[in-house]
Design a binder for this molecule. Sequence first.
Ligand SMILES: [Zn+2]
Length: 373
Amino acid sequence: MRVSTGFESGRVDTLEIGKRRVVVAVPHDVAAPKFRQWFAFDVEADVGATAEIVVANAEACTWADAFGGEYRVYASDGDAWRRTDSKLDRGRLVVRHTFERPRVRLAYYPPYPSSRITALRKTVRAAGGIESTLGYTQAGRAIERLVLGSGDRSVWIVAQQHPGESMAGWFVEGLVSALCEGRAGARELLQKATLSIVPRMNPDGVALGNHRTNATGLDLNRVWASDDAPIEVASVRDTMKMTGAHFALDVHGDERLPWVFAQASDAYEGRPKSIGESIAAFEAAMVAATPDYQTEHKYPKGPGGPPNLAFCANWIQHQFGCAALTLEMPFSDHKKRPDPRGFFPARARRLGEKAIVGILAALDAQDVKTSVS
Ligand SMILES: [Zn+2]
């Protein structure tokens, strides 16, 4: 047998290779020892062989409990990803796999590959959209922005600040494709708004196989208030200041919570009323558009007081006085709508498609407000 990680986002430490068993460990983020969660690796064996693949240090990971419950390791030995019947056994994740093909790729969640961003760029160009580079990371990778629509409202969608949360990439693909294909609400939204979409805020983190941080070990969603924020955040922030924002989504995955939800900053004294109305309109439209969206389960309320501007959504809301939400999807499954495939990539993609009507509703709520006042 053989273990390899020579692909984008590929990452694992190999501890032991036996005849019918391999033992691997989840490494910590490059330059950030406190984050240890992401793994993606290939295992090769003879066709027909059944092998045990053990992730030995699951219980030593940052969100160790995320591997219990409904979570299953994802696998692909061709184009499609499926869930294995992995089990959490004495702090180890154990996968039994019968090799129908000589190689299987296992991952915490199916990575969202660069090849699909390349295809997405082409789709955007064909639909009359624009692509631009906002800056280059420390390792020289482009921080890309896709622009669609011609309306006077500015909408920002940013994804994969946290590189391991690859469902955010699939979500953005769903949204962009649906906009370009003219799905429900697309034409109206493209007339009303200009959408700036950053499909991958943290390209270095993705390339390295980090879960949470960039190449220098920074959690991008904790540095939005910093004057010396890294280029990934500074370049997006600077462009936002030029375009303004009327609505924004910062797209993530949550390791533990088995729900789809959007988190707003807690209401605080002095928060414009229109922000609450815009959020409520987004949520109502999303609930109507897809049974995967729900509003009952979210993060608990914070300690109160003004929101922490180090977070992307809070910074945008504060800077532009508009609704800005952190959208979360599960790694495991959706507890309200369990599926043997878990919260698989096509499901994240479909949620992205449905976000069109949510965004539209959020903008319309502001129009109503404006015409009344
Ligand atoms: Zn995140």
